[in-house]
Design a protein around this ligand. Structure first.
Ligand code: 5GP
Length: 204
C-alpha cells in the first residue's frame, strides 16, 4: 500500500569532531543503511582497503570524473581531493535504499544546495576546548595544522543553519552513544516523513 523513496543522509562537521566513529555506530544500529564510498587522491593509510574505505585514485582520474559530471560533490580537504560518486547514490536511492554520506562541510554545502530533500546533520563538539584536545590528542597533525583546522572549524560552524539538524558529540562512551542514538532517531523520524511516501488508493 505504501512505498517509501530512498533518503540521502548527509553527515558533516569539523575535522576531529568524531564523524567517523558516529557513522560506524549508526551503521551498527541500522545495517540496512548504505554507506557511499568516496573517491580520494590521498594515499591509503595502513589497514585501509581500496573499495571499502575509499576508492584510491590518481589526480588525473579525479579530474576526469569531475569533467564527466560523475561526482555528486567534490572538495579539496587538507590538500587532498575527495568526491562522492554519483552513480552509486542514484542507484541506491532509485532502489528505495537510504544512503549515508560522511563528507566535509564544503561538500555538504553542495549536496544541500542541489538535493533539497536530503537530510543533513552537522556534528558539533561539546566545546572549542574539547575540539582542540581531540585534534591534538590524535597526534596526526602538528600544532600548525591543528590551528588551521580550528580556524576552518570556526568558519564551518558559522554555516550551521544550512543543515536541517545539529547533534553534539559529547565526551566519553556515553556521550558518543547518545549522539549516535540522536542520529538514529533523526533517521527513523525522517523515514516516516509523508513527503517521502507514495500511497496507493484503490478505486472503490
Ligand atoms: P580522511 O582523509 O581523514 O579519511 O578524511 C578527511 C576529510 O574528508 C573528512 O572530513 C571526511 O569527512 C572528508 N571526506 C571523505 N570523503 C569525502 C567526500 O567524498 N567528499 C567530501 N567533500 N569530503 C569527504
Amino acid at each position: 500500500m505504501f512505498s517509501s523513496k530512498g533518503m540521502l543522509l548527509v553527515i558533516s562537521g569539523p575535522s576531529g569532531v568524531g564523524k567517523g566513529t558516529l557513522v560506524r555506530m549508526l551503521r551498527e544500529m541500522d545495517p540496512e543503511l548504505k554507506l557511499s564510498v568516496s573517491v580520494t587522491t590521498r594515499g591509503p593509510r595502513e589497514n585501509e582497503q581500496d573499495g571499502k574505505d575509499y576508492f584510491f585514485i590518481s589526480r588525473e582520474e579525479f579530474e576526469t570524473m569531475v569533467g564527466q559530471g560523475r561526482l555528486l560533490e567534490h572538495a579539496c580537504v587538507h590538500g587532498n581531493y575527495y568526491g562522492t560518486p554519483r552513480d552509486y547514490v542514484d542507484r541506491m536511492i532509485g532502489e528505495g535504499k537510504n544512503v549515508l554520506l560522511e563528507i566535509d562541510p564544503q561538500g555538504a554545502k553542495q549536496v544541500i544546495e542541489n538535493q533539497q530533500d536530503c537530510v543533513s546533520v552537522f556534528i558539533l563538539p561539546p566545546s572549542w576546548k574539547e575540539l582542540k584536545e581531540r585534534l591534538t590528542g590524535r597526534h596526526t597533525e602538528n600544532p600548525e595544522q591543528v590551528e588551521i583546522r580550528l580556524r576552518n572549524a570556526r568558519e564551518e560552524v558559522k554555516t550551521l543553519r544550512m543543515y536541517r539538524y545539529a547533534v553534539t558529540n559529547m565526551n566519553g562512551e556515553e556521550g558518543k552513544q547518545a549522539a549516535a542514538e540522536a542520529l538514529y532517531a533523526i533517521l527513523k523520524a525522517e523515514r516516516s516523513s509523508t513527503a517521502r511516501l507514495s500511497v496507493e488508493i484503490p478505486e472503490e
